[in-house]
Design a protein around this ligand. Sequence first.
Ligand SMILES: NC(=O)c1ccc[n+]([C@@H]2O[C@H](COP(=O)([O-])OP(=O)(O)OC[C@H]3O[C@@H](n4cnc5c(N)ncnc54)[C@H](OP(=O)(O)O)[C@@H]3O)[C@@H](O)[C@H]2O)c1
Length: 244
Amino acid sequence: MLEIKGKVALVTGASRGIGKAIATVLSNAGGHVVCVSRSAKDVQAVADSLPNASAAACDISSSAGFKELVNKIVEEQGQLDILVNNAGITRDALIMRMKDDDWNMVLDINLKGAFNAIKAVMRPMMKQKSGRIINISSVVGLSGNAGQANYAASKAGLIGLTKSTAKELSSRGITANCIAPGYIATDMTDKLSAAVKEDLEKQIPLGRIGSPDDIANMVLFLASDEASYITGQTITVDGGLVMI
Ligand SMILES: NC(=O)c1ccc[n+]([C@@H]2O[C@H](COP(=O)([O-])OP(=O)(O)OC[C@H]3O[C@@H](n4cnc5c(N)ncnc54)[C@H](OP(=O)(O)O)[C@@H]3O)[C@@H](O)[C@H]2O)c1
């Protein structure tokens, strides 16, 4: 069984969906997990349900706020080994109708938020000469999607950010990888109509929409010692939907 005993992990967007599953899997694998989202109440409830976890409310689009949070974690826990950039939002519209605010907000949270987090954890990880950075992208960052130009651009940007991070930090013992989930059953995809979901299932070779645990299990692998020779990669977890 994969383990991360004695490691400290920070998971953004841990109050529900994929982030909650990631926090649960990492905590069950022996890590201490700091669960982060904007809603203090929701993220505290997740942390309280786990064997070894704490919670912090933080908006990842604030670089100063995130830096303060990371300093506090390192002060309290003495280390920070794993960063999972999972928090993300959608504001869908065709480009013709997309408001500037919706473009800016999605890029600010999904891409700039991950940059803020990576910049904040680099120093303590470099000091430790070890670390794992795992960014949650999306298959639409690989394929594009009508009605999601802002989201697809943010998720494609994360892939470039991951490769650059891997190249800058590999000499310090830090790996950076991306996971590109396909369609996963969470609040984010709950908005899709039953007809759209049925149509999607027909396009997925493995015949089902994914579960948050499908993604969390890949995060655990990338965070574990068993993945120490993997960096700069984007691993698609999508039931075979996108094959390149
Ligand atoms: N579901 C899918 O099919 C799918 C597919 C591919 C990729 N993904 C990606 O996987 C990740 C998780 O998706 P999900 O479906 O689990 O989404 P979700 O259910 O909507 O959850 C999003 C999480 O992000 C947090 N969050 C949003 N903005 C934040 C901010 N500014 N600062 C801190 N936390 C923030 C939310 O909590 P608060 O609102 O309390 O802040 C929540 O915990 C996202 O990056 C998404 O793009 C999802």
